[in-house]
Design a protein around this ligand. Sequence first.
Ligand SMILES: Nc1ncnc2c1ncn2[C@@H]1O[C@H](COP(=O)(O)OP(=O)(O)OP(=O)(O)O)[C@@H](O)[C@H]1O
Ligand SMILES: [Mg+2]
Length: 298
Amino acid sequence: MTETGSSSTESLSAAGSLSAGSPASRPPVIELDGVRKTYRTGAFEVEALRGVNLRISEGEYIAIMGPSGSGKSTLMHILGCLDVPTTGSYRLAGEDVNQMPEEDLAEIRNRRIGFVFQQFNLLPTLSAWRNVELPLCYAGTGRAQRRARAIEALEKVGLQDRIAHRPNELSGGQQQRVAVARALVTDPALILADEPTGNLDSASTQDVLSLLNELHASGRTIVLITHEPEVAATAGRVVRIRDGDIQDDTGPGHQAGSAAGTTAGPGSASGTAARSGNTGTGNAVRGDSAPLTWEVRQ
Ligand SMILES: Nc1ncnc2c1ncn2[C@@H]1O[C@H](COP(=O)(O)OP(=O)(O)OP(=O)(O)O)[C@@H](O)[C@H]1O
Ligand SMILES: [Mg+2]
């Protein structure tokens, strides 16, 4: 709707069309500066993020690790525009997310970012292809094209013979591949995966990691949260979070986090909570811009 929004989505579209290369030579697609997130539940406060500084370049594949409760999912929700920092700034493809109208954020969230979660988050009453076409339904894509693209996405994750199966008729690994297909069907430039292999056996883990590798090779930016060192090892860069701040970052030229290794404490933030909510799962889509071509195949 606005010039700001248009340029945001165009920049992310461009990011999605880049081929793999040296991430260091590319501009940051994600820039977090002093990001703090405080959750308030009644009189109780939890400072989940405590001043995170992070740059992620287009085409990077980055793993985020850290103990339970350290703020990884909170960070991912902010990266995915599902939530906003309490204080601090988040620039996505050069645009300040705090300044973007909700309509533009919805467009970015739903068309430019693909989400994959540990629990798959498939709708149990819908078949595989119906689950995968959902983001396109919300986007207003025509029925025939929706079906064709959903089936194409399922083919890419190797499930062409399971398109009519419902989630409870699929194994855990197959369900996660359906979820990956759903995340990809809109051809996002950025993939955010929160412990996508957390519920999978080692063979299914390898399947999902191969898909992420393939997406990375085709130029997508990937942010993967994991507890498993062998999963993190597939990424080119590992960021460790502890107590809501970056403790370690293997990336070249990364921003030094603030006060790495600080001790734990309850803490409390003084900032005002900005926009919240929209913590839905999957790709709830609104908007009607032309879909990009997905070019993962060789
Ligand atoms: N919606 C919420 N309301 C209140 N507190 C929350 C909320 N979401 C997360 N928290 C708190 O914020 C902190 C960070 O949570 P977060 O989910 O980001 O951790 P995590 O690193 O993803 O952990 P895990 O590895 O267990 O998934 C935790 O102390 C958690 O209890
Ligand atoms: Mg989490």
